[in-house]
Design a protein around this ligand. Structure first.
Ligand SMILES: Nc1nc2c(ncn2[C@@H]2O[C@H](COP(=O)(O)OP(=O)(O)OP(=O)(O)O)[C@@H](O)[C@H]2O)c(=O)[nH]1
Length: 868
């Protein structure tokens, strides 16, 4: 549809206002209306600038949040099949179902619904409660809060990441490639994209703030561009020549910008022009302009011309009282300059392109090229068909020109009435000559520049900003969906792990106590059982009996006097082996006690270790107990050093398992005369010398022999004579040898002694030998060989309980370690989930707040109304 720019044909209030202002100067009221237009423009501009600043702030916040707190995820939305109404969809028409996923995590996929809010477009989405979403009926009844209303979403506009690699990659292969990118890589790309957008927003802000408006005048060579510019200025400023000559870009500004001075500034090559920095240009007088242009025919100079337009604001284009319009007289298009001018026309500060074509020549190839490109990029293109006065068949010319414009720039053709003007610029310069076509052009141009400035300058910015805000909203909404799902996940994890950890925490001391008591009880029981068994055995051995009920070596039978020495040795071996058997029995019991302890620890493991924690797979082998050996340097098996402080003689029984018990020790098996007659014992009985009992004298002494005899005698005599009587008897016997009578009796007395002794040997030995040997075995086993050595029974009790404790401690250490490891892992899991929950809660709130902020920015700026 054609748009009307010419004020006389407009009906809208803004156009009306401007229409008034165009013809202002006639009275003050009309001038005021022009100011209203300006005020409205400034007000829109200020709102837009505020929105730009706030949006920039949001973008910076998103970047900081992305960097410090939450890896911002980049969503992808795909359409979902929506059931038709016939299939029972009750979803409001303003809602659409989408599938939300993230390029960095293809596993995350959820359905979301997007819709419009009644209070203006704001994007939000919800994931889990699709089924609970408000139906159309709910919305109509007003039962739903606006927060739940959703807007239709498109994809990203400004913040779109170009994730495709090369033109050959299909969408699916690009997606699969992208899915391999890490979250942080995507977040970095997004950060860069936001950075670029912020820079662009900065530029837009400068553009919006800039009150100047540039009109670029270009066209074919010699088409009369300079003449046209002069006509607009009503002054012959630009050099006009029959020959195509202008190669410079002459930019005409109001002299007010140069402190009222009419001046020419020739910008030096390679520097950025700054009116306040005289080193960036060379000053010249207006009258020198022709020479300057002529001198620089081969170079494309940039020349600034400051001109004092003395006409009233209502007539002047430059000094119009609303915005600072500057005219740029560009070089005529030829092969060399086409590119430069085309680039120039694309510059952001160019608001309007005026294309001058000679009515005599129509469009050249360069012109066609330029117009096609420019009409695509600039919405507003003015075409001045110049030298129209030279045409005789004007209608035919007009028709032909319009046909060509229709082909080159259909948009311009649609508004040809306002945008295409057939004029005679040369005559516009002649004073007092009426030139209504040029007046019409001039008014169209002024109207176009001033009234539509909001559209040409503010609207693109507000559209960009609106798109940017939509992108931020999409980003925020999608990330709040992710945050919500992470909250749910963290809470579900916590629900599982937290009770396990709590149970472990509360059970830790119980477990510790239970393990200690299993260790302690096991070790104590093993110790006390060993003591009982060995004490019993020693007691029995001491009284000449086999120490255990089921001996390996039975008590030998008395073979008679002839085999007495073998008998003594066999008795000794049998008794020693029974002590060994008692030690073995104690070890076996310790094995049972340990097995029970290990089972208790297993039970504790089942009770205290949470599911999923690997159990101890080691199998306890009781038979391996008491077999701990290590190789010495010479390859001889020895007890481990933990037992080495127990005296070698005493612990011999402890080596039973290795086949080296007491019964295997030659020193213990050594039989002596005292195994027959325990002189020391007899002595002990009579003198009570307990030290003597412990001594094992290897050879009989004279006194001993006599004592044996006496002992035998006393025993034969019913053991009732007593020591004093024996001694007295000996004295008397000695005395007897001193006299005749005594000598006479000596032989019979000695004979009697011999008889007594013999009788003793025959009658008492079978029963006294086991007792004597047993007593001596017991005594030697229980003897102490040093200060630090322990009692035989205690030593074994310590050894057995230590072995028991060692095994139980190993088992409980293993459980403790597993428990500790499991608890640490659960603590880490809980902490991880708590961190995740905290972060996600914060992120969700933060992103929701971003959504609120963008909504406020839109509402405050009334973005949709700016330039509409
Ligand atoms: N009759 C007539 N002559 C014109 C008109 N406009 C320009 N001329 C003449 O055409 C010639 C070229 O005019 P310029 O204004 O120098 O043309 P230009 O497009 O600026 O030239 P270059 O910048 O060199 O390409 C001059 O002799 C002008 O007097 C017009 O509307 N009618």
């Amino acid at each position: 549809m054609a748009q009307a720019y010419f004020p006389t044909r407009v009906a809208s209030p803004v156009k009306e206002a401007f229409h008034e202002s165009v013809f202002a100067g006639l009275n003050g009221d009309r001038q005021l209306k022009a100011e209203d237009v300006q005020e409205a423009y400034i007000e829109s501009k200020d709102r837009l600038v505020a929105a730009i600043d706030q949006t920039k702030q949001v973008l910076n916040d998103v970047r900081t949040f992305n960097k410090n707190e939450w890896v911002v995820r980049y969503p992808q939305l795909k359409d979902k099949e929506e059931p038709t109404e016939a299939e029972g969809s009750t979803r409001p028409r303003n809602q659409s179902r989408k599938s939300l996923s993230f390029v960095d995590d293809p596993t995350f996929k959820t359905d979301v619904v997007l819709g419009t809010t009644q209070k203006g477009p704001r994007r939000s989405m919800t994931l889990s409660s699709i089924e609970d979403l408000p139906t159309e009926e709910d919305q109509d009844s007003g039962a739903v809060d606006d927060k739940e209303r959703l807007i239709p979403s498109s994809d990203f506009n400004v913040l779109r990441l170009d994730l495709k690699l090369g033109s050959h990659s299909s969408a699916s292969s690009a997606a699969s490639l992208v899915s391999q990118l890490e979250k942080s890589s995507i977040a970095n790309l997004l950060d860069e994209r936001i950075g670029v957008s912020i820079n662009h927003v900065d530029k837009l802000r400068m553009r919006v703030e800039d009150t100047s408006s540039k009109v670029l005048v270009t066209g074919d060579l010699n088409a009369g561009k300079s003449t046209f510019v002069n006509a607009l200025l009503r002054r012959e400023v630009m050099p006009v020549d029959q020959q195509p000559c202008t190669t410079a870009f002459c930019e005409v500004h109001d002299a007010a910008e140069n402190q009222g001075q009419e001046e020419v500034h020739v910008i030096k090559t390679g520097v950025t022009y700054d009116i306040n920095d005289a080193s960036t240009y060379e000053k010249a007088d207006l009258t020198e302009l022709e020479n300057i242009v002529a001198d620089n025919e081969d170079t494309q100079k940039m020349i600034k011309i400051y001109l004092a337009d003395t006409r009233a604001p209502s007539e002047s284009l430059l000094n119009n009282g609303v915005v600072d319009i500057s005219l740029i007289d560009a070089p005529g298009l030829n092969r060399d300059s086409l590119k430069t001018t085309a680039v120039f026309s694309r510059q952001e500060e160019i608001d309007v392109v005026v294309f001058v074509v000679s009515a005599e020549n129509h469009f050249t190839l360069s012109a066609r090229d330029f117009l096609t490109t420019a009409s695509r990029e600039k919405a507003y293109l003015f075409i001045v068909v110049n030298k129209y006065d030279q045409i005789r068949n004007k209608e035919k010319c007009r028709k032909m020109v319009l046909e060509q414009i229709k082909e080159l720039s259909p948009g311009t053709y649609d508004d040809a009435e306002d945008l295409v003007h057939f004029v005679d610029s040369a005559s516009a310069l002649q004073p007092f000559a009426a030139n209504p076509a040029f007046d019409d052009l001039e008014q169209s141009l002024r109207s176009f520049v001033l009234v539509k400035r909001s559209k040409s300058k503010l609207h693109p910015v507000s559209t960009f900003l609106s798109n940017l805000l939509s992108d931020i909203e999409l980003l925020a909404a999608a990330n709040s969906v992710v945050a919500e799902s992470e909250i749910q996940k963290a809470r579900a994890d916590l629900q599982l792990v937290r009770p396990v950890l709590e149970k472990m925490k509360s059970g830790r001391d119980t477990l510790e106590g239970a393990l200690e008591s299993v260790e302690e009880a096991g070790a104590n029981e093993a110790s006390s059982r060993t003591k009982t068994l060995l004490n019993d055995a020693l007691e029995r051995v001491g009284s000449g009996q086999i120490g255990v009920d089921k001996p390996l070596v039975p008590m030998p039978t008395y073979p008679g006097l002839t085999g007495i020495w073998d008998y003594v040795r066999d008795v000794r071996r049998a008794l020693l082996s029974s002590i060994d058997a008692a030690v073995a029995l104690a070890e076996d019991e310790a094995r049972l006690i340990t097995t029970r302890g290990v089972h208790k620890i297993k039970d504790l493991e089942s009770a205290h270790l949470p599911e999923g924690v690997e159990r101890n797979k080691r199998v306890f082998m009781p038979e391996a107990m008491f077999n701990a050996t290590r190789r010495s340097g010479k390859g001889v098996k020895r007890r481990s050093s933990s037992y080495s402080n127990i005296g070698g003689a005493i612990v011999a029984g402890g080596l039973h398992g290795l086949g080296i018990g007491l019964a295997q020790r030659p020193d213990m098996l050594e039989t002596t005369f005292f195994d027959l007659f325990d002189v020391n014992h007899q002595f002990f009985l009579h003198f009570g010398d307990k030290h003597a009992e412990a001594e094992d004298t290897p050879a009989p002494t004279a006194l001993g022999l006599v004592s044996v005899g006496v002992g035998a005698l006393t025993m034969v005599g019913g053991q009732a004579i007593g020591m004093r009587g024996v001694l007295e008897g000996i004295v008397r016997i000695t005395d007897l040898f001193g006299n005749e009578t005594a000598r006479k009796w000596a032989a019979p007395v000695l004979g009697a002694v011999t008889v007594g002794l013999t009788a003793y040997l025959i009658l008492e030995l079978p029963s006294s030998i086991p007792r004597t040997v047993g007593r001596r075995v017991k005594a030697s086993v229980m003897s102490r060989s040093g200060e630090h050595e322990m009692h035989f029974v205690d030593a074994h009790a310590v050894r057995v309980s230590r072995e028991t404790r060692k095994v139980l401690r190993l088992a409980s250490w293993d459980l403790r370690e597993r428990f500790r490891g499991a608890m640490e892992e659960r603590s880490r899991e809980v902490k991880g989930a708590e961190d995740m929950e905290r972060k996600a809660v914060r992120a969700k709130e933060w992103f929701l707040n971003v959504g609120e902020r963008t909504g406020t920015i839109r509402a405050d700026a009334k973005l949709e109304t700016i330039g509409a």
